[in-house]
Design a protein around this ligand. Structure first.
Ligand code: FAD
Ligand code: NAI
Length: 474
């Protein structure tokens, strides 16, 4: 006898678990299956996907600890706090991080119970059509569901001919569990993981070198932000080489040698005692039996969906990292809610043009909407307001004068098109900009809103004023 549900969600990451909870709230019978290797105390796979187990949450825990360490080592004395040189206890740092992961992933199991979502432990795959929907296999069990939401996420892309043991050569999984501060750390890929994890280990004392294939640094960010970030990260001690071509990577017992060609075509090599490979992620579609049921994938291997996250198969939806759009947890969650509400006949919606992005380095980098280079390429006439944190009393008070807020607004209509922040608190400041963008707000709207003083949000306010060339404090 197969188990029957209105909805089966395949994958218990931020996309899947949120879709399951929202669908249950809307009155459906829902199951969510998960098959990852991260076991909870009962030996069952943990919920939370990449984000909670080996992504957003553990990385932010390590970023916080290493930030405190760096402040203690370099910033306290300047404020009159004399504590001597701090020492890092890496195993304690990792234990704290693991505790947070345990707490949050267990919390989702609790949310499933509360919302009456059935958790199924095992790998989900299509087995064919049923009278009312789809037959699936979850592990050895047979399941029937009227609707299926595929939320199988992504996994790290690896280099060909280089095996990742997550000890010497790490992807994101091993990078979050390095058990001692490496003397020399090599990172391949100066993307978000490379910069965040590179920052963690640099702050704790490693010599970090990042090798990036593209000629420019951080091209997904606004060009001014990328320039400022490279300047600041270099000053902090991260060594970043762009335009490199990676050659052979040799692993010894305790060290790694990366041969590469530099931007001028000169052969070079980098020796390190750990290597992190962070060169992007691949959607998880293997083992779904997608081909057999005719589920369409696009040329990038993602499940093809329309604006409503509908696939080409009736009653089959796909969300999160396994489909187009930014690979971000909050985007996956939005799509989870969207699909559950669409199945219930409601007007579920995700605005892919207003998904904020954050890089949790120091200073933080955050943006929403279009970059200046995108507007130029699209031939959109725009005006810009750019204000440095240096002009803000609160930024000086907390010892974080670096960076700026840059607002881009339509030259004719004044509608905000993009906001780009590099500076303290950027991860929170970007929410106000996202609200403005979602409400189709103008720079004048933000300029006319009273912002508390002294706060970092005043820099955003001044940037809005600067769009009209009437900044007051700069
Ligand atoms: P996932 O989280 O990948 O979850 C998919 C789940 O499906 C997995 O648990 C997988 O085991 C399971 N699964 C796959 N196939 C099957 C199957 N056939 N049957 C059963 N289960 C299956 N994003 C942010 O927004 N902010 C951050 O700060 C951030 N930091 C990150 C840091 C790192 C180091 C990494 C690697 C990623 C980070 N991300 C961050 C990205 C974020 O983790 C992903 O965008 C997010 O997890 C995607 O959610 P998802 O539900 O689509 O997929
Ligand atoms: P990424 O796409 O951010 O960066 C990968 C980098 O590697 C790019 O700059 C790319 O040009 C470079 N690269 C690719 N192939 C290369 C090669 N052969 N040699 C040298 N460089 C090469 O991918 P990353 O850092 O792996 O992260 C994956 C995704 O996870 C991110 O894109 C993001 O969606 C998500 N993430 C989000 C975070 C956040 O929101 N704060 C934090 C970490 C990850």
């Amino acid at each position: 006898m197969s188990k029957e549900f209105d909805i089966l969600v395949i994958g218990g990451g931020p996309g899947g678990y949120v879709a399951a909870i929202r669908a249950a709230q809307l009155g459906f019978t829902v199951a969510c299956c998960e098959s990852n290797p991260y076991a909870d105390p009962k030996g069952e796979p943990r919920l939370g996907g990449t984000c909670l187990n080996v992504g957003c949450i553990p990385s932010k825990a390590l970023l916080h600890t290493s930030h405190l360490y760096e402040e203690a080592a370099h910033a306290f004395a300047g404020q009159g706090i004399e504590i001597g040189a701090p020492k890092i206890n890496v195993s304690k740092m990792l234990a704290r991080k693991n505790g947070i992961v345990e707490q949050l992933t267990g919390g989702i199991k609790g949310l499933f119970k509360k919302n009456k979502v059935t958790f199924l432990s095992g790998h989900g795959a299509f087995a064919g059509k049923s009278t009312n929907g789809w037959k699936l296999k979850v592990g050895k069990e047979e399941v029937e569901a009227k609707q299926v939401i595929v939320a199988t996420g992504s996994r790290p892309r690896h280099l060909p001919n280089l095996s990742v043991d997550n000890k010497l050569v790490c992807d994101n999984v091993g990078a979050l569990d390095i058990d001692a501060v490496p003397k020399k750390l090599a990172v391949i890929g100066a993307g978000i993981i490379g910069l965040e994890m590179g920052s963690v280990w640099r702050r704790l004392g490693a010599e970090v070198t990042i090798l990036e294939a593209l000629p420019e640094f951080l091209p997904i960010a606004d060009v001014d932000v990328a320039k400022e970030a490279l300047k600041i990260f270099t000053k902090q001690g991260l060594v970043i080489y762009t335009g490199v071509k990676i050659g052979e990577v040799k692993t010894g017992k305790k060290n790694v040698t990366v041969a590469y060609t530099d931007k001028d075509g000169k052969a070079a090599q980098l020796e390190a005692d750990r290597l992190i490979v962070s060169i992007g992620r691949i959607p998880n579609t293997e083992g779904l039996n997608a081909g057999a049921v005719g589920l369409n994938l696009n040329e990038r291997g993602q499940i093809e969906v329309d604006a409503h996250c509908k696939t080409n198969l009736p009653g089959v939806w796909a969300i999160g990292d396994v489909v187009r759009g930014p690979m971000l947890a909050h985007k996956a969650m939005e799509e989870g809610v969207q699909v559950a509400e669409l199945i219930a006949g409601q007007a579920g919606h995700t605005n892919l043009d207003a998904i904020p992005a954050v890089i949790y380095t120091t200073p933080e980098i955050a943006w929403v909407g279009k970059t200046e280079q995108q507007l130029k390429a699209e031939g959109v006439a725009y005006k810009a307001g750019k204000i440095p944190f240096l002009a803000n009393g609160r930024a000086l008070g907390i010892g974080a004068p670096e960076g700026f807020v840059k607002m881009l607004a339509d030259a004719k209509t004044d509608r905000i098109l993009g906001v780009h922040i590099i500076g303290a608190g950027a991860s929170d400041l970007i929410s106000e900009a996202t609200v403005a963008l979602e409400f189709a707000g103008a720079s004048e709207d933000l300029a006319r809103i009273c912002h508390a003083h002294p706060t970092l949000s005043e820099v955003l306010h001044e940037a809005a004023l600067a769009c009209d060339k009437r900044a007051l404090h700069f």
